[in-house]
Ligand binder design. Sequence first.
Ligand SMILES: [Fe+2]
Length: 424
Amino acid sequence: MTGTPTRTPDPVERQPDRSARTGESYDVGGVRLERPFKIRRLGHFGYNCVDLDAMLDFYVEGLGLIISDQSGTMPSRLPAEEQANLTPNERLLHFTRFGSEHHQLVFISQRVWDWVGQANGSAGASINQVTWQVGSLAEVVDGAEWIWGRGERLLRSGRDMPGSNWHTYLFDPEGHINELFYGMEQIGWDGLSKPRPMWTGVLNERPSLPQPSEASEIAGARDAGVDILSGHRAGTTAPAGFPVDGVLMERPFKIVGIGPVSLFVTDLDEARRFYTRVLGFEVRRTLEWNGHRGVLLSCGTDHHNLALYEASLRDALGLDPRADSLALGFRLANYRQLRAAVAHMVARGAEEIHIPGELVPGFDYVAHLRDPDGNLVQLYYYQRQCAPDDPFPATVSGAADGWPELIDPPGDVFGGQQFLGPWE
Ligand SMILES: [Fe+2]
């Protein structure tokens, strides 16, 4: 684990990329912003997997992610001779979660993606997607149009099942696939995902607005005779034997958060331009280690949600040549559980990798484990939070007749806890 009892100061450089300001303004829910969307948080992430069986064992059996659905739709598009070479797990996409969102980490066979990705140039990528939540369906649709209008490369827009989220996919300058989404299906106390007869809303084009609400879709399925309780239900795989802060659990920790994401890039300045000027991230910090540069970016109050590192760092750290990312972060519920998670994973065979602390500021204690495909998992329990320097007095009266229709944004607008799923 990286961390010492004597903490070194970690002054945050708040560096809003003022040079990025376009002079344009858009009404985003009554707030005047520079683009017609605001990324709120990382929603999910996808890996293309070489050893899918071992990856599922590591993340599901080891780290405790829960399978919310498995779908054979994409693998079934491969030619029959290609499908014949796939293992049973490779014939499925595996959607997993640790909380209520339908999927937070997705596993896809590298062989399946290499065939699918031939059409868009993403074959060979180890990352399938980096997926950011925006605030509404309108932000997805208007955002896609705005991004396209700036000459960036979109992949597709629409809605996918399972998960039900509306989205647009786009490429960053390095070819990493980003996704903006709204309205991820939420899985409740019964652990049931939506049944397959409700996977009918797939859309492969820009949706017209407005669309029906989640509640009306569910009512429609009921009226059509769909057994809405027939979806996939997660089952436990092991007896609950660990007392964890007052609860008997299957393992001595609980993952409660995903991110930050870190990407290797060949042109750091161009990647920084894309993530700040196009997607609207703020630069929180720049860093350099042994001649390799990095930029840490945030979309909210977390120290950072995205880290960009020069790709030369991959070899310098001895990481797997196929890794497109330095690491994917997961937050444990507390410090004790962080220690327990590292010990648990090492005991079942995971290798801990030392990453210099200078490369991963924003944490106090952080550990990195190598997964079976050579990606790093970044485990921590807490990330520094960054409040804006500009306190705004609250406007507490005059709503009925005096508040403006469109307001200028406070520095941390739309930050903090987000409502996760679709509106009802
Ligand atoms: Fe996605």
